[in-house]
Design a protein around this ligand. Structure first.
Ligand code: FAD
Ligand code: UDP
Length: 382
């Protein structure tokens, strides 16, 4: 059975679902309010320098999911890239994530892996077990000195609240290593598409059964013209924000060009509370296979997201959780719509997880139709 489905949003979620359904004989219309595809992964060449810029912030593809890695490699050539992050604090440059080099440099020691492990165990404050929040988690892992130098100020700037108000899970994204391995990620596959993420997403959407409308914002009455809607816009926007807005952090980028090499690496973090920005991204270092004389640099600042701003990071503190549960309960009552992706399910999702969930959602939809269950209404639970 063939359906006419509407996809709201041409980010990775929308594109992957659109392609799977189109490949299975469905007619797909995609509406995207921006002037480009790829959502927040959008990349574009800077006209002046020719550098490929990650317009909404730095994006590195990393995953352990072999099927997802094969999937993206079908639509783009990925070049090897290993993310190595530096941090400037207290007038020194260190390596992140915290590794043996960071520890030995910071404490002016030459500890072996086992000695460093024993040393940090002495530094660690494990009086609160299990750790209840970000600060307790950090103190129990690395102790007060490393926490103050690398995490406290950065986290306060990034999230706008004291680290004791944040869930411990945010820190679990970052490992501590007792070796000199300074790879920021520990996944089996890592890379960056040679011609950028926008070319990747455009390729996924390139199918005769997919009609794409850019610069087109979705309006609820449009849904009536379709058998099903896959909605990757903000969950609260679907309901007109009628019981309040879910909280997000947004980012401001101070962009400038530089003749030559500005900082010698793709990403330099500034964890100190007295520096107003969180990190500086130098985009040409994301494409080490290209040669550019000049450079494009983004200084990144985080702040609360207003109604007119681009939503970046879902905050998910206690008050957001209560509001979220209200919206989720109502979303589950909706028929003919599936809420997907970072905004539709109000979660921080990396690109690989976004693709995995989009593929699973589209497959489930096709399988349900094959069983004669028409227009299933479901959502990925936040
Ligand atoms: P989005 O990319 O947000 O796409 C949703 C689309 O829907 C947007 O284009 C939006 O314009 C459109 N839309 C919304 N409402 C409407 C409407 N009413 N009508 C029409 N269109 C609408 N992931 C990684 O794996 N590695 C990284 O290094 C990484 N770095 C990141 C850095 C930053 C600063 C941020 C914010 C995220 C990062 N991510 C990273 C996560 C990555 O951006 C997401 O996984 C991915 O963008 C999610 O895709 P999506 O399609 O769900 O959402
Ligand atoms: N973080 C920090 N100092 C750093 C880098 C990260 O305190 O130099 C904390 C911060 O709270 C951040 C979290 O670790 O939100 C996750 O960091 P990651 O680099 O994964 O952030 P993202 O790229 O998702 O913004």
């Amino acid at each position: 059975m063939s359906t006419r489905s509407l996809i709201v949003g041409a980010g990775l979620s929308g594109a992957v679902i659109a392609r799977h359904l189109a490949d299975h004989g469905h007619q797909i219309t995609v509406v995207e309010q921006r002037s480009h595809v790829a959502g927040n992964c959008h990349t574009a060449r800077d006209a002046q320098t020719g550098v490929m810029v990650h317009v909404y912030g730095p994006h590195i593809f990393h995953t352990d999911d072999a099927e997802v890695w094969d999937y993206v490699n079908r639509y783009a050539t990925f070049r090897p890239y290993t993310h190595r992050v530096k941090a400037t604090t207290g007038g020194q440059v260190y390596s992140l994530p915290v590794n043996l080099h960071t520890i030995n440099q910071f404490f002016r020691t030459n500890l072996s892996p086992q000695d460093a492990q024993d040393f940090l165990a002495q530094q660690a404050d494990r009086t609160r077990t299990p750790p209840q929040n970000f600060e307790e988690q950090a103190l129990s892992l690395i102790g007060a000195q490393l926490y103050e130098a690398f995490f406290k100020g950065y986290t306060q700037k990034q999230w706008g609240v004291h680290p004791t108000q944040l869930p411990a899970a945010i820190l679990k994204r970052l490992p501590v290593r007792f070796s000199y391995d300074d790879n920021y990620f520990f996944h089996a596959f890592q890379g960056i598409p040679e011609h950028g993420y926008t070319a990747l997403v455009a390729q996924i959407l390139d199918h005769p059964a997919i009609t794409l409308h850019l610069n087109t914002a979705f309006r609820r009455p449009q849904a009536a013209d379709f058998d099903h809607v896959f909605y990757s816009g903000p969950l609260d926007a679907w309901f007109g924000f009628d019981i309040g807005r879910l909280g997000y952090r947004t980012l401001d980028f101070e962009c400038f060009t530089h003749a030559g090499d500005y900082q010698g690496c793709a990403m330099m973090n500034y964890p100190s509370a007295d520096v107003p920005w969180t990190r500086v991204t130098e985009h040409k270092h994301f494409a080490p296979w290209e040669k550019h004389e000049s450079s494009v640099v983004y200084r990144e600042y985080s702040r609360a997201c207003g109604p007119q701003d681009t939503p970046y990071y879902p905050i998910r503190l206690t008050q957001e959780q209560a509001l979220l549960q209200h919206y989720v309960a109502r979303a589950e009552q909706e028929r003919g719509v599936t809420f997907v992706g970072r905004l539709g399910t109000y979660r921080y999702l990396d690109m690989d997880v976004t693709i995995r969930e989009a593929l699973d959602t589209a497959r489930h939809f096709v399988a349900q139709l094959a069983k004669g269950r028409i227009m299933p209404a479901f959502m990925v639970r936040p």
